[in-house]
Design a protein around this ligand. Sequence first.
Ligand code: NAD
Length: 321
Amino acid sequence: MWIVPEAAIADLITPEASFTAVESVFGAMSRGDAYNFPVIREAIGHGDALYGFKSGFDRTGLNLGLKSGGYFPGNEAKGLTNHQSTVFLFDADTGQCRAVVGGNLLTALRTAAASSVSINYLARKDAKVLGMIGAGHQSAFQMRAAVQQRDFERVIGWNFDPEMLPRLADTAAELGLPFEAVDLDQMGAEADVIITITSSFSPILMATQVKPGTHIACMGTDTVGKQEVDAALVARAQVFTDEIAQSISLGECQHAIAAGLINQNDISEIGSVVNGTHSGRSSDEAITLFDGTGVGLQDLAVAATVVDLAIERGVAVEVDF
Ligand code: NAD
């Protein structure tokens, strides 16, 4: 069995490799070659922690496994990040544990890869202005992955907590792009692509604020009750998601579904666009919206890539198990 420690991950996997792994597993999901098992997420009744398991099997990549992870609000005081996760991969032929992989950085990379895949397949080719709503831990990863897909000339940003905006400014500077903090009207009027990555429980961006032709990647809503955009904006858009079952139950679409503004048949899998069975954006004027709910197969895909690279480069620790 192989162990790839969290500290080794940063030197092993690039945003490009994460993109390829996630794009490929979205395609496999849509062909029916890969599926996610039901998600478990519980308040464990200890230290206010939430803990859960996301798992699945990809028959094409033979990735069988799970990500176990949770949120421990007391961690920061201990010098640890609040979100902690680990990926376990199993041999699909024998069931033996094949690898244990640190899952913290991988979670950020696979989430950024998902919105990046959506931008690649759904945003207008001439997109020039990237809009960021959210300036937390994930936002920098999101921005770095997004700029690989289009020739963005500038980044504009809005955040609920304005004191966090320097993270967006610093990341844009690292990428050689000018940054401007804007209000939400300016965001909707100017951005060609908007990524939302917040822990909001009420709509931030309204349908009336967004111009035709925009692509929106809603990445923050991964739990019942969370919401980042107006349900009417979801209803106005051509909607895509990683997995429809999650989209309608715990993703951004949960609210438009509950309000009766859309139904399940209005939502398409991004994997069908990857596979070419859906043509994607219908016109330059359409608003496209990707509901990135986050599935276990994304975690398995990037973890499997990391294990292969770690073995190849001699940094995986082999354990007799
Ligand atoms: P973080 O705690 O570092 O940042 C939280 C962000 O949400 C900040 O921008 C903050 O200002 C904003 N925010 C907080 N309360 C808000 C409110 N009431 N209204 C609007 N904005 C508010 O978190 P993070 O690690 O950057 O994660 C952001 C979100 O992404 C979380 O909801 C997390 O659960 C989600 N997430 C989703 C996936 C996925 O696969 N879809 C993966 C990882 C994280």
